[in-house]
Design a protein around this ligand. Sequence first.
Ligand SMILES: Cc1ncc(COP(=O)(O)O)c(C=O)c1O
Length: 400
Amino acid sequence: MPIIASHLVTIKPSAVSVMSAKALELERQGKDIIRLSAGEPDFPTPDHIKMACIKALCENRTNYPPVIGLPELREAICLKLRRDNTLDYSPGQTIVSSGCKQIIYNAMAATLDPGDEVIMVAPYWMSYVGIVQLNRGNPVFVPTSLEKGYKPTAEDLEQAISPRTKWIFLNSPGNPSGAVYDEKDLKALAAVLRRHPNIWILSDDIYEFLVYDGAKFVSILNVAPDLKDRCLVVNGLSKAYCMPGWRLGYAAGPEDLIKAMFKIQSQSTSGATHFCQWAGVVALKGDHAFIPVHNESFRQRRDLVISLTEQIPGLSCIPPQGAFYCFIRCSEYIGRKTPGGAEISTDENLVSYLLEEAGVAAIPGTPFGMSPFFRVSFATAMPKLKIAFERIQTALNALR
Ligand SMILES: Cc1ncc(COP(=O)(O)O)c(C=O)c1O
């Protein structure tokens, strides 16, 4: 009898982890790799947050935390949701997990029966697919396009709905597209969801604070508060608070769902790291002045990447209004041959070629559900971005 579960055969590891491992291996061999692959800010965690963790350690907050999250952090989450999103939740309607990823995993483990469908807008964060499949659900995709700003229309959503639809995932600002849904977009989607009262909404707001050009984050619950009793608001500290390694995420939603997610957590991780949660309290309640400073830097880097992309014939990208990724269309390079004679048939081939020949790590569009594209993160210093794009241009010029 094989040791590996049969359903795992079709599930792929996250493309970001695969690319990180490849880049690391090449670095070990002495190659100079510029990583535009990671989905994390390049700024360190702000000092006041780090100090809160050190204090918690010195106070010996090293025992098991309450599985569902520290009461102080759950209160801070409620305060944050009221202050930043005008959403009212009580601590009993919240849960803390080891990252937003685990929140989503717990939610799917707690709710999916085999064959249940989960709608996601393509291009989507690739782990949505893996998480749904690991929990025996079926991902269903709503296609969008670069031309339409990667936003789905009400009709697109309606077409994806079936009697088996259990959830729709909304992610604005979006990874990898950077699309930010405005009130009008969300009202249109809410109108469809009102006609389907059995569908639950997972609102992944992790890039909430990372918006540019005056774009504003809006929650679907701001335009459709009537959907609150079937919505799970998901957020985390990895991105805007520069805390990806701390593994802190949280959710707010109906108490029954939160209790079911607690059940999964109590039989798996036992909750997020205790002393990190104290730092989370300070992050959510403390000084946020660093966020606009970081955002200005991200905006400048985004503008740089857009202008560098425009200088390379055959690449196209629209300026993302949020998050820190540029999603670049590369169709003109598909079907060409490398100087060594290998055919570039997919964006995955192109990204491997860029890694090996140009020493630039990006992520192909295929695992995000849209190809031929590749994603670069602009959470990287400007001089590095410039060198990376010079290298990309040289490598693409060499294709025949
Ligand atoms: C859209 C989206 N949701 C969730 C996550 C997971 O974040 P966390 O670090 O909190 O697990 C990511 C991370 O890249 C993401 O891009």
